[in-house]
Write a protein that binds this ligand. Sequence first.
Ligand SMILES: [Zn+2]
Ligand SMILES: [Zn+2]
Length: 330
Amino acid sequence: MANMRAMVLERPRTPLVMRERPMPEPGPGEVLISVQACGVCRTDLHVVDGELEHPRLPLVPGHEIVGRVLRLGAGVSGFAVGERIGVPWLGATCGKCPYCRSGRENLCDAPVFTGYTRDGGFATHTVANARYCFPLGDAGDDAEIAPWLCAGLIGWRSYRMAGEGKALGIYGFGAAAHILAQVATKQGRRVFAFTRRGDTAAQEFARSLGAAWAGASDEMPPEPLDAAIIFAPVGALVLAALKAVKKGGCVVCGGIHMSDIPSFPYALLWEERQVRSVANLTRDDAHAFLALAPDAGVTCEVTRYPLERANEALADLREGRLQGAAVLIP
Ligand SMILES: [Zn+2]
Ligand SMILES: [Zn+2]
C-alpha cells in the first residue's frame, strides 16, 4: 500500500508536523482504518501543550475517530472491511486489574489511550484494537459524528454521575456541553449554561440548543441547581458551581486537566454537597450513548479543517474561537 500521512507531535509545546509514514499493518486483534474525520478535543490540546505528561513521542494525537475498516488483523471478528467504525480515547485495558474486574475499566491500572499512549487519528490512516472500537452504521455525516467519540461519551458519563436532578448546570459551553445540552433537554432536564463573562455568542448558542438559561460563570442561576458539570479547565469554577448547587448537590469535573482549585470555606461543601471527577469512559458508556444519540436527534455543530491545518484547529480551540467542535478531514 501507499504511505500514510499524519500530523505528528515530536515534542510538547511545538507545532505538529506533517509526516509521511509507511502504511501500518494491523496486528492480531487490530483493525487498519482509513480515517474519514477526527475531532479535536481539549485533551489533545493538553497533550500538545505539555499539560499531560509522558505522551508517547513522536505521537499522532486524536481520539474522536470516524473511519472505515480497510483491513482486519488476525482474530478480529464482528467488523467487516468497509464498515464505518468509531475509535474513542479508551484504546485498550488490561482486563485483569481490580478496576477492570469490577466494571470500572475507565480506571484500569494499565490502560492504553488513543492519541496519547498510542497513535491516534490526526492522520489518513490509523490502527486500533478492534475490541475498543464501535460500529457507527451509515447514517449521519462523518464529521458531525466524530465529536460523539469523546465529547459525547465523556459528557454522557459526566451526566450520569451528576444524578437524576432536573436542574443541571453546565460550566463551559464547548463541544461536550453542546452535545450534552441536547441530550439533557430531551430527557426533561432544565439546562443552565455558564460561559465566560461577555461571551454572548456562546450563551445564545446554548439557548438555541435548549438551555433554559445562559449567563456568565460568576452569575447565580435563576434557581438553585441539583447538580453541575464543569467542562472548562478552570479550577475556580468548582467554587462557583458549589455556590450554585443546592443541598446534596453534586459538582462533576469532566475534564482531564484543570487549573488549581482555590481554597474555599467548608460552608460551600457542607450539607452533603459533593465534588467529584470523571475519568475516561467504559465501553458500556459508549454503547449506551451511541444507542441514544441518534434517537435523541443529537447534532453537532462542527468547523472542518483539512488535516494539514491541525495546528490552526488547535489554536482556535485554545483561544476559544470555536462554536461547537473542530474536526479534521484527511
Ligand atoms: Zn485493568
Ligand atoms: Zn477527548
